[in-house]
Structures are given as structure tokens and as C-alpha cells.
Design a protein around this ligand. Structure first.
Ligand code: SF4
Length: 358
């Protein structure tokens, strides 16, 4: 109907005004993506992320999450840091590498707040028309939502061999958010063509070979999983390969040729906090628990918890060049640490001692 076509076009304009670089609309048929998710779970590639399976069909049947949902608005917000020196930081063994997405304010908060503003504008329009009850709920990686499948269907890009959404004009450095709604908006039917072609750069570069086949990521091998989601021991086979990555890993994005087209963000909220784009490992490791909580307020980094923080930086310090001050710092955190953290710190001390005698 004409009024919904007008509304769909307004939604895209409002989305742009609210800081989204692209907005698409799709229906709720996620059958193809459901099959991929099922086989990924069956293969054990979700590691111990039980939340990926515990919601059952809610993730693949949007109307089960929000009754009445027939359309999904999918939106993209870029986060590339203008001054990012990804490769240089990875080479500086005394510095901490933090994934670009986590350097600034927690994206969940930014994206959901903007989507709620978009919902309000839609609501006002619907009310002014006096036609239909409007229901809507905004998500940003905050509920069982199959966001990459939805974004692909809505025309925001294709799912690449690195399992991220890629856009031919914007690369992959962006967040996704969704609005589920009961409004029968016209859907965007122009799905993006998969342009990975014969490229395998992300598969080849992955330090732990976590992309076990095109479009198949085994979280049990993934540095992002271990440094962010894993609450326990990080396997020894992963530790050396982590290098100085203390929260996340961007290698499969950094190498992707489509990221030549990524544009830096203008969002002040995504500017690096606490010098996270160039911080020294030793400075971050010295934080007390209360400093960690204070300095990561409103940041996605909090997710790893203080134990995870010490564990991750401890490993990175073990991987750094030998330095007396590193050994001292590692020893100083042993007292009062949990057994899990102690085991990693002792591993790191041994690595430093081995290097001192070379
Ligand atoms: S690096 Fe190559 S194969 Fe991997 S996602 Fe990018 S284009 Fe696709």
C-alpha cells in the first residue's frame, strides 16, 4: 500500500538522520539461516555459549520473540576508528590490542537508544495516520536475534567466508541493530551478491585457523571467543597465538579487501576511551578491580570481567619480549588471584623466564 511505501522510505531517511549508514527491511522467513545455525551448533562450533541454543526457535522465528512480528528493520552503523593502527599495534608487543568495536562506548547502548528513537518516529507517523496499532522492539545483540541473516536478507550485505556481513561500499567494520514490527512494510528484495569469489585471505590469516571452512567459524579456536566469552581456562595451544590481543581480534576484517571501502565513523561515542588504541599492557595490567570497573563503565570490555582481564593481559605479557618489570608485575598479581588466573599468570612467568635465558 502506498502509505507503507512512504513510511518505508521515511524510515530510511530517519535512520540516516539518526546516524545509521544504511537501513533495510525484510520479512521473517529465516529458514535458510536456520539450517546453517543448526549445523553450526551440531558441530559444537558454539563452544560453551549456551545462549546460542537455549532459546530454541526464538532466534530463527521472530514472531516467537515478539508476537505479531511480520517485518524486521535492519540497520547498520559504522565504527571504524579514523586513527586505527591495527597492524602497528599488533607488532608492538608491549602494547595491548583491543578490538576496534570495543574501544569506545558500549555499542549495545548506542544502537538501541537510536533504534528506540527511530521507533518513536514510526509510532508518531502511524498514530497520525490513525490506522493501526504499532508494536515494535529494538535489539542490538541483546536478544536471540539472527542479526547477520536478517541483515543479509534486508540487503545490507552478504555473509562472507569470515562469517561477518560485508558490504561492497562499506566493508565490515559496522554494528547491526534491528526493529521487529507488526507493520506490513514493503520489503527490500535486492539481496547483495556474494563477492568473496576465490579470495581466502581471512581463512589464511586467522592466527588459530578458527575459520575451519568457508562460512564456518569454530569458536573453540577463535581468539575473540576466548578473550571475551570464555570464563575459564584458555587452552595453551591458543595462548601464544593470541600475541598481544587482550580483548577480541580483528585479523579476519583487517585483511579483507572489501574493507578498503570502509569509512571512519564520526560518532563521538565510538572514540577510543582510556587510550585503548595505544595502551601499554603493563599499565592496563596494574588496574585494581575497582579501577577496572570504573574505567570500563559503559564499555563492552566489562563483559570479560576482572578475572578475564587479568588472564588475557597475563597471557599477552607472557608473549611480550623479556622484561624484569613484566615478571615483577605478573608475580605481584598472584596473591589473592583465583586459581584460574594464577594458572595463566604462572604460565606467563615461565614464558618470560624461558626468554630471559635465551
Ligand atoms: S577476506 Fe576474502 S574470503 Fe574473507 S570475507 Fe573478505 S572477501 Fe570474503
Amino acid at each position: 500500500m502506498e502509505k507503507y511505501s512512504e513510511l518505508a522510505s521515511l524510515i530510511k531517511t530517519w535512520g540516516n538522520q539518526l546516524g545509521f549508514q544504511q537501513v533495510g527491511i525484510t520479512d521473517t522467513d529465516l529458514e535458510e539461516h536456520e539450517k546453517h545455525l543448526s549445523s553450526w551448533l551440531l558441530n559444537g562450533y558454539a563452544a560453551d555459549m549456551e545462549y546460542m541454543s537455549k532459546h530454541g526457535e526464538k532466534r530463527t522465528k521472530p514472531e516467537m520473540l515478539l508476537p505479531g512480528t511480520i517485518r524486521i528493520i535492519s540497520a547498520r552503523m559504522d565504527y571504524l576508528n579514523r586513527n586505527a593502527q591495527t597492524k602497528k599495534t599488533l607488532r608492538s608487543k608491549s602494547k595491548a590490542y583491543v578490538a576496534q568495536y570495543a574501544m569506545g562506548r558500549d555499542y549495545h547502548k548506542v544502537i538501541r537508544a537510536r533504534l528506540n528513537q527511530l521507533s518513536l518516529r514510526i509510532n508518531d507517523y502511524i498514530e497520525a495516520q490513525g490506522t493501526q496499532d504499532f508494536t515494535a522492539r529494538a535489539f542490538s545483540d541483546s536478544a536471540p536475534v539472527l542479526e547477520k541473516g536478517i541483515a543479509e536478507k534486508a540487503g545490507l550485505g552478504w555473509i562472507g567466508k569470515n562469517t561477518l556481513i560485508l558490504n561492497e561500499n562499506a566493508g565490515s567494520w559496522f554494528f547491526l541493530g534491528e526493529i521487529y514490527t507488526n507493520i506490513p512494510l514493503p520489503i527490500d528484495k535486492d539481496a547483495a551478491v556474494n563477492r568473496c569469489g576465490t579470495c581466502t585471505a581471512c581463512i589464511d590469516v586467522c592466527p588459530t585457523k578458527a575459520i575451519v571452512a568457508p562460512y564456518q567459524l569454530d569458536s573453540r579456536k577463535c581468539i575473540s571467543y576466548h578473550t571475551i566469552e570464555n570464563r575459564g581456562v584458555i587452552p595453551v595451544s591458543i595462548r601464544e597465538k593470541m600475541g598481544n590481543r587482550i580483548f577480541g581480534c580483528d585479523d579476519c576484517q583487517t585483511v579483507c579487501p572489501w574493507n578498503r571501502y570502509a569509512r571512519p565513523t564520526e560518532e563521538l561515542d565510538f572514540k577510543p576511551r582510556n587510550n585503548f588504541d595505544a595502551a601499554l599492557l603493563l599499565s592496563l595490567f596494574k588496574w585494581t578491580k575497582s579501577e577496572f570497573l570504573k574505567n570500563t563503565e559503559g564499555s563492552a570490555i566489562r563483559r570479560t570481567g576482572y578475572d578475564g582481564w587479568l588472564r588475557n593481559i597475563g597471557i599477552a605479557l607472557g608473549n611480550a619480549d623479556y622484561d624484569d618489570r613484566i615478571v615483577e608485575a605478573l608475580k605481584s598479581k598472584l596473591q589473592g588471584a583465583s586459581n584460574m588466573v594464577k594458572e595463566h599468570l604462572n604460565w606467563a612467568i615461565n614464558r618470560q623466564v624461558e626468554k630471559s635465558s635465551i
